[in-house]
Write a protein of this length. Structure first.
Length: 278
């Protein structure tokens, strides 16, 4: 991970400002108001020149989030702000080119053995009492894509809560999966419903010129979600890959009716998926 190179000042009735640090600085106004759950959602739009200046040419940009407010009697300019928050939040932002291939993957039972289909007790045991285990062959499949597809980027989208962010990140790093943003569903809030579909759709809208491969499993509703997205974004989604997790959870292939056979595949083991197929 790169060292933090940006900071956002947050708190109470204070303004939100983003500053890039590490020798080069830039300040950006962020949203002021939180939602009913105390969260702030905001976008920072940077020109290509600003991105190059702030990132130093790296494909990832470090962010640090802090509380802060203007000094008393100050003009409110960037120079007059006082940082607060002894425990700042940190994040890494992936800088992705306009065109290329993006692979969006589920987590549970797609790349990590959770066995959602086996019931709540098994899920709890595999989530809180056992070390996370990778689905055999999936790290190698993802690494082969990273090596074979020029300019490829990855996203992981999961209904797991943000409280599992660090354990999941450690798991993905330990198993050698390509570095990627991790989108997790909050425990509370209006965006819990249809989180996976809405999150992937947001990614599609933000990158209209990129082509996408969606990979999930038969343990839940990934096939149905992905097919609906493909029908709405046929020029962007080029492939759907669904892992069959157990013989009791076979994929109803009727969901793929009226979709070209080259646009989807159900597989049991990763070695059935060829890099050339995507």
């Amino acid at each position: 991970e790169t060292s933090p190179s940006a900071a956002a000042k947050l708190g109470g009735s204070w303004k939100r400002v983003l500053v890039a640090r590490g020798g080069r600085s830039a300040w950006y106004q962020l949203a002021l108001e939180t939602d009913s759950y105390g969260r702030v959602s905001s976008a920072v739009n940077l020109s290509c020149a600003e991105v190059d200046r702030v990132s130093g040419g790296d494909s990832w940009l470090g962010l640090e989030v802090r509380g802060g407010r203007p000094n008393r009697g100050s003009s409110g300019s960037a120079a007059s702000w006082r940082l607060g928050s002894r425990r700042p939040g940190a994040a890494q932002v992936q800088l992705t080119s306009t065109q290329g291939i993006s692979i969006v993957s589920d987590v549970d039972d797609t790349v990590k053995m959770t066995k959602v289909y086996a019931g709540k007790d098994v899920v709890v045991r595999n989530t809180f009492f056992k070390e996370f285990q990778a689905v055999p062959g999936m790290p190698e499949l993802f690494k082969s894509w990273a090596k074979a597809i020029p300019g490829v980027s990855f996203h992981f989208v999961s209904n797991s809560p943000p409280e599992l962010m660090e354990p999941l990140r450690d798991f993905l790093n330990r198993e050698g999966f390509p570095r990627a943003p991790l989108h997790l569903r909050p425990l509370q809030g209006d965006n819990r419903e249809n989180f996976k579909a809405n999150t992937i759709e947001s990614i599609l809208k933000k990158m209209p010129e990129r082509k996408f491969i969606l990979i999930g499993d038969s343990g839940e509703s990934d096939a149905d979600i992905y097919v609906r997205l493909l029908k709405n974004y046929p020029d962007q989604i080029v492939k759907i890959l669904i892992r069959q997790v157990h013989r009791s959870r076979k994929v109803d292939e009727d969901v793929f009716s009226n979709i070209p056979a080259s646009s989807w595949q159900v597989f049991k083991t990763p070695d059935e998926v060829m890099v050339e197929a995507v």
